[in-house]
Design a protein. Structure first.
Length: 319
């Protein structure tokens, strides 16, 4: 049976030996919609998932369906057939939550195959304008002068905004108290009203409030200055050396997915991420396009697990 490859021929020449070893059903991949499972509607992972789905060309045009199932997404995809039709696009909650909670029903290296690191989304350290802190050093000094008085808004345990705040508490030696919310929207409501003083939201969700003056941005949580907020210093440079907390997001396939399909997906997603118009749209959403090989993605995850495990243990965040 002849092999049918629904993409630009030249781009897939390196993959021909792998594709030829696949069963007939996989050789025609994809011949039905690919479902991509991700977080709840409106989050940064959801927005980036939809942009990637819209940007996929060739064989993947109009063939990626986004499913917003939150944490259930991990269980759905881990149990799905390894045929490339159910994918997971999720943040580093996927590989960091097992550090925070016991009996998590998935293991990112056992139950999934890493495909590609897609985007990085730094958080912003923001405060209500009424708070007398204009920079990181002043916030630390204020928090030390008022232990247990200042509060920060956070969503679920292990979310980027939670990890960023607890990392700040631990490294700065302060006690800004966590107030848990079911959604970022509810958290924003109380921070905007001044009931809560501090927050570490994703850059894309906070920019509008910073620009309008409703919130004051003190720093960005990435290790180096971000193109998303070029005039904002990092938390590390602002007064907390060594601080870094970034929400990474990547694409996964179920364990035992054939390597040829993983490479095919990796190649197509990388091509989409390299498009200038796609990179620009990510920037306007507060996200930086990444890319790379499955092996590079695996190395990034393992390095972050090792680093955050030490930090979380020191901060008393592990069960």
């Amino acid at each position: 049976m002849p092999v049918q490859i629904k993409t630009a021929g030249a781009a897939l020449l390196p993959l021909l030996p792998l594709l030829l070893t696949l069963p007939a059903s996989a050789q025609n991949y994809p011949d039905k919609p690919i479902r991509v499972y991700t977080t709840g509607i409106g989050g940064s992972s959801d927005l980036s998932t939809r942009l990637i789905a819209q940007s996929m060309g060739g064989a993947f045009a109009q063939r990626m369906v986004v499913e917003n199932r939150a944490l259930v997404s991990l269980e759905i995809v881990s149990a799905a057939p390894p045929d490339g039709y159910a994918l997971l696009h999720y943040s580093n909650v996927a590989w960091l939550m097992p550090l925070l909670q016991k009996n998590v029903p998935w293991d990112v290296f056992r139950d999934f195959v890493p495909v590609v690191l897609t985007v990085n989304t730094p958080n912003l350290l923001v405060v209500h304008p009424s708070l007398p802190a204009k920079n990181v050093k002043e916030l630390i000094a204020l928090a030390k002068a008022r232990p247990g008085v200042l509060n920060y808004a956070s969503t679920s345990v292990g979310a980027g905004n939670h990890v960023a705040a607890e990392l700040f508490n631990n490294m700065a030696g302060v006690n800004i108290v966590r107030i848990n919310y079911k959604s970022m929207g509810a958290g924003f409501t109380d921070v905007l009203s001044g009931q809560i003083q501090v927050m570490f939201p994703s850059a894309n969700s906070a920019t509008q409030y910073v620009k309008s003056g409703k919130l004051r941005a003190l720093a960005v949580t990435s290790a180096t200055p971000s193109a998303l907020v070029p005039d904002l210093p990092t938390v590390a440079a602002g007064g907390l050396p060594g601080y870094e907390s970034v929400a990474m997001t990547g694409m996964f396939a179920p364990a035992k997915t054939p390597d040829a399909l993983v490479r095919r997906l990796n190649q197509e997603i990388n091509a989409a991420l390299k498009k200038p118009e796609v990179r620009e749209r990510f920037l306007t959403q507060g996200t930086e396009a990444m890319g790379g090989t499955p092996e590079q993605f695996t190395a990034v995850m393992k390095a972050e697990i090792a680093r955050m495990s030490r930090i979380m243990k020191s901060a008393g965040l592990q069960e």
